[in-house]
Ligand binder design. Structure first.
Ligand code: GLA
Length: 399
């Protein structure tokens, strides 16, 4: 959502979401099966390439995903976002545009690298960039994706958003989007090909309450991220309180990564990755993998941070404490360990401290500084000078 019209839409959406704080859209039980047992990891074309994405560029990303070591670090999905869509033929079958001459061959190529392919559509008549959406062609499109070998679908509300927002009541509006998401869920299921199902409707009507019940493996919780520190922080912090709506296999999605896109400093990108890991957020790199610097790679590929994000217990973290721009967030990890982020979102270095008791442990525990990859011994409290816009990310052992 990068244009003013969409910003307005988003403002309206926020108003609706605020009205829903009392929870008039009720949570429904989630289906047990999921295609995303841990938060999906991969790459998506939108943040860096937007409409300038084509077959050759996607292949180059797949190549770089492997040669850089990111695939082996856990990144699996190569996701093509909006602007791949062409015209429907007389039978209604959607074809690619000239940028993607042969999607099946591209999927085969991506698969041959040990990676998976993702694609994008909308339940509306048009996608956000004005290309053909799936409205009225859901079963046909799901079949096409399955025939190509698609493994992941991002389904973006786009042109259906006004009907949801202008409905007479919130419930009616929600019923429109829920029906649309269920329709594509059923269409995917009918193909027999497992696909990760990613709902994208910018957080309107609190999708964390109902995303899983309409088949979502993940659901966007916010408007679009941008490659600015202030926007990244605004999105990250807005996730406070959402942990209780998530469960393993069904993830809150605060949008894709901007790491390496150039608008933030390395220290800020480390803050971005750390916050997303504590949030159990999908890690979808949004940069050009084929030209990334060693520093960008070291941020995206950090083993300790990825291990926190992908923790097998699958429990999202939350804010523990905030004082001005200084925030402490913690995430419970498998076996009773904790991930703790000391975030200094202010413009000057700051003294920060945390005790094991503040994050639900008692007395001395083995501390590990994740970015420094350094064991700090057994401590009951920890102090550090945290750089401006920076983070110290700790892993605290259960004992
Ligand atoms: C919306 C989504 C973005 C991206 C664009 C594509 O803005 O939120 O993530 O998919 O559409 O047009």
């Amino acid at each position: 959502m990068r244009n003013p019209k969409k910003t307005l839409l988003w403002a309206g959406a926020c108003a609706i979401a605020a009205l829903l704080v009392t929870g008039s859209v009720q949570a429904a039980p989630a289906p047990a099966k999921t295609a995303a047992p841990t938060p999906p990891m991969g790459w998506n074309s939108w943040n860096h390439f937007a409409a300038k994405i084509d077959d050759a560029t996607v292949r180059a990303q797949a190549d770089a995903m492997v040669s850089s070591g990111l695939r082996d670090a856990g990144y699996r999905y190569i996701n093509i976002d909006d602007t791949w869509e062409g015209e429907r033929d007389a039978g209604g079958v959607l074809h690619t545009n000239a940028k993607f001459p042969d999607m099946k061959a591209l999927a085969d190529y991506v698969h041959s690298k040990g990676l998976k392919l993702g694609i994008y559509s909308s339940p509306g008549a048009k996608t956000c960039a004005g290309f053909a959406g799936s409205l009225g062609h859901e079963a046909q499109d799901a079949k096409t994706y399955a025939e190509w070998g698609v493994d992941y679908l991002k389904y973006d509300l786009c042109s259906l958003t006004p009907s949801v927002e202008k409905a007479a009541t919130l419930e009616e509006g929600h019923a429109i989007e829920a029906a649309a998401y269920e329709k594509m869920r059923d269409a995917i299921k009918a193909t027999g090909r497992p696909m990760v199902y990613s709902l994208c409707q910018y957080g309107i009507n609190q999708p964390w309450r109902w995303g899983a019940s309409v088949g979502g493996d993940l659901w966007r919780t916010t408007g679009d991220i941008s490659d600015r520190f202030s926007r990244m922080v605004q999105i990250g912090l807005s996730q406070a309180g959402l942990a209780k709506f998530q469960k393993p296999g069904h993830w809150n999605d605060p949008d894709m990564l901007e790491v390496g896109n150039g608008g933030m400093k390395a220290v800020e990108y480390r803050t971005h990755m750390s916050l997303w890991a504590i949030l159990a957020a999908p890690l979808l790199a949004g940069n050009d993998l084929s030209t990334m610097t060693p520093e960008t790679l070291s941020i995206l590929a950090n083993k300790g941070v990825i291990a926190i994000d992908q923790d097998p217990m699958g429990k999202q973290g939350d804010r523990v404490h905030a004082e001005g721009p200084l925030e402490i967030w913690a995430r419970p990890l498998a076996g009773g360990a904790k991930a703790v982020g000391l975030f200094n979102l202010g413009d000057r270095p700051a003294n920060m401290s945390v005790t094991t008791a503040e994050v639900g442990l008692k007395g001395p525990h083995a501390l590990h500084d994740v970015w420094a990859d350094k064991d700090l011994g057994k401590q009951a409290s920890f102090k550090a000078v945290v750089p401006a816009h920076g983070v110290v990310l700790l892993r605290i052992a259960a004992k």
